[in-house]
Write a protein that binds this ligand. Structure first.
Ligand code: UD1
Length: 421
């Protein structure tokens, strides 16, 4: 298995281009299933999660052409020959559940494996399922699969989500575009990826109001058509690399970055000691002084501080001048990076969903293990600031969500390399 070796102590200076958003792409690709005409996506990141979604769509009978080295995907969905999303693919990636809404809405039936647990918590799909039932679907859970039917089509309704789940909002929004009549979805998620999905669906002919607010109103249409859409900038990759010059010192320009994508995160980063300057097409981030200040962080649904940036922020706060309290409100088991950071000399106490991070003067390089996608990059950030060498194993987690991480960081002076085998 590949490892990443980081030698710490070098300030980062330079430019990092930010890729298209993995999480937006993982809902835009299944959205193609709503139409029999092609969907072309540009600014697609080259990641293993995108390959997994491609594999899933191909298993359903779609034709996915990868152009310009994977930057562009042309998805043809004229013939859906199989309506079952198999366990072997779904278990690899929870976002596979997002094919359910589109297939059910277009063809009146779909079978999707239940995703099961994952490293960062139980992550059930009950909100997706109760939303589909509200839209008139008949659901049957057997043999580990969700069997969904709507022989006469889905019917618009008013449905209030018990929690603003990102995936459930996406699945129900997609399904409602082809339901009969009007659907009002209340207490929905407001993430930029949902706004991006709504914009793409509108190009395909959907009638949607309210994206970016907590209520979506969808007027169902009979069919959707072809469209081309550019994937929004990856705000989690952006936030991750904004941390790099703050933890190491130096100044990095994040190309394509916009503060509006990472507002709550930027406020906390500034409180910790970052200087953030916004230009027409980038953010320039540097550290204000020598000290990193302790700050408290609570992860929340958008527009709050994103759970997907909590591990990386923790890496920074291990080196602060005081005690920071990090509260994880979205996932019940998302501090697996803490014991690895402790191996590097961090002082962290975890009690349930709260981590107390007592700042230390320095971190020391160590062999560490990536446990999930965001945990892996937090260890690389810590490694760049640590004394000596850090070896991160299980980097396949990283390949799910960070494109060319070694190339992007070494272009700014980081001493980082990937060792195969
Ligand atoms: C998406 C993102 C993920 C991010 C998360 C929260 C993608 C591909 N992934 O995941 O990177 O960390 O949003 O910002 O976009 N829940 C239920 N029942 C449900 C659905 C969710 O209880 O039916 C719970 C989950 O267990 C979890 C919380 O709600 O504790 C958040 O889940 P959700 O917002 O659905 O996240 P995902 O769409 O899975």
């Amino acid at each position: 298995m590949d490892r990443i070796v980081v030698s710490g102590g070098t300030a980062l200076n330079g430019q990092i281009p930010i890729s298209g958003a993995k999480n937006a792409c993982l809902t835009l690709m299944p959205a193609a299933l709503l139409s029999e005409e092609p969907l072309t996506l540009t600014n697609v990141p080259r990641l293993s999660d995108i390959s997994t979604m491609t594999e899933l769509l191909e298993s359903l009978g779609c034709e996915v052409a990868s152009l310009q080295g994977g930057r562009v995907l042309a998805i043809g969905t004229e013939n859906i020959t199989n309506h079952t999303a198999d366990y072997d693919i779904v278990r690899k990636m929870r976002a596979s559940i997002l094919v359910l809404g589109p297939m059910l809405a277009r063809d009146g039936h779909a079978v999707v494996s239940l995703p099961g647990g994952c490293a960062i918590g139980a992550r059930p799909v009950d909100i997706h399922l109760s939303g589909f039932e509200a839209l008139g679907a008949e659901l049957d859970l057997r043999d580990g699969y969700i069997h969904a039917k709507a022989p006469n089509g889905l019917v618009g309704t008013t449905y209030e989500m018990p929690f603003a789940s990102v995936g459930a909002t996406e699945n129900l929004l997609m399904a409602a575009t082809l339901a009969k009549g009007t659907t009002v979805l209340k207490n929905v998620a407001r993430e930029p990826e949902i706004v991006d999905l709504a914009e793409c669906l509108r190009k395909m002919g959907a009638q949607i109001d309210g994206e970016g607010t907590s209520t979506l109103t969808i007027q169902g249409v009979d069919r959707l058509g072809a469209a081309a859409h550019q994937v929004v900038t990856d705000r989690i990759e952006l936030g991750t690399y904004m941390l790099a010059p703050v933890i190491t010192g130096g100044s990095v320009e994040l190309l394509g970055g916009r503060r509006s994508l990472v507002s709550a995160f930027s406020d906390k980063l500034e409180a910790a000691g970052a200087v953030i300057e916004e230009t027409a097409n980038s953010l320039i981030v540097s550290r204000k002084g020598e000290q990193i200040s302790a700050v408290d962080v609570v992860t929340e649904i958008h527009p709050g501080f994103p759970t997907d940036l909590q591990a990386q922020m923790m890496a920074l706060l291990t080196l602060s001048n005081g005690t920071s309290v990090l509260e994880e409100k979205i996932f019940e088991n998302r501090f697996m990076h803490a014991p690895e950071l402790i191996r590097m000399g961090a002082d962290i106490e975890v009690h349930g969903g709260t981590a107390k991070v007592h700042g230390v003067k320095s971190l020391k390089g160590a062999p560490v293990m990536a446990t999930d996608l965001r945990a892996s990059i937090s260890l690389i950030l810590a490694g760049m600031a640590a004394e000596g060498e850090t070896v991160v194993s299980r980097v396949y987690h990283l390949d799910r969500g960070y494109e060319h991480v070694v190339r992007k960081l070494s272009a700014c002076g980081a001493k980082i390399e990937r060792i195969s085998g």
